[in-house]
Design a protein. Structure first.
Length: 157
C-alpha cells in the first residue's frame, strides 16, 4: 500500500462555471484554470500520482498543451486511474477536503462522492468529500478562491 497527498488552489474569476468533483455548483463566479479548474479533482490527481511516484498533474497534463484547454478534470482523473492500472496499482480510498467560505457545499457532497467513486472505480464508502471554511482568514477567507487537499491510498493489483 502507498499513500499520497495533494493540494491545489485556484482563484475566482467571472464568466466561468464553478466545477467541484465534477459537479456544476451554482455560484456567481468560477475558478481560473487551463482546464475546468476543478480544484478538488486536481488535488486528488496529485495525491494519486504522488502515491505511485509518477510526478504531478502539471507534468502529466501541462497547461502549455492545448488539448487540455477546458478539459473535464474527472476525465483526467479516469486517465490517471488507468495509468495507475498499467503500473499494477488500483485505488483503495480517497479523502478530499475543499476549503472555501462560499458557496456552501453540503447540498452537493453526495453527488461529488458518487462522481469520484465512479471515476476511481471504487465503492462509494471508499470516498470521502468534506468542506470547511477558514473562518474569514487569508485569501480563501476573503473569498478570492478555493483550495483543496486530498489523500489517497493505492494498493497493488
Amino acid at each position: 500500500m502507498r499513500i499520497g497527498i495533494g493540494t491545489d488552489a485556484h482563484r475566482f474569476v467571472d464568466g466561468r462555471k464553478l466545477i467541484l468533483c465534477g459537479v456544476d455548483v451554482p455560484h456567481e463566479r468560477g475558478l481560473l484554470g487551463h482546464s475546468d479548474a476543478d480544484v478538488a479533482v486536481h488535488a486528488l490527481i496529485d495525491a494519486l500520482l504522488g502515491a505511485a511516484a509518477l510526478g504531478d498533474i502539471g507534468k502529466l497534463f501541462p497547461d502549455s498543451d492545448a488539448q487540455y484547454k477546458s478539459a473535464d478534470s474527472v476525465a483526467l482523473l479516469r486517465h490517471v486511474v488507468a495509468l495507475l492500472a498499467t503500473k499494477g496499482w488500483r485505488v483503495n480510498n480517497a479523502d478530499v477536503t475543499i476549503i472555501c467560505e462560499k458557496p456552501k457545499l453540503a447540498p452537493h457532497i453526495a453527488q461529488m462522492r458518487a462522481n469520484l467513486a465512479v471515476a476511481l472505480d471504487v465503492d462509494l464508502d471508499a470516498v470521502s468529500v468534506k468542506a470547511t471554511t477558514v473562518e474569514g482568514m487569508g485569501a480563501i477567507g476573503r473569498r478570492e478562491g478555493i483550495a483543496a487537499n486530498a489523500a489517497a491510498t493505492i494498493i497493488k493489483n
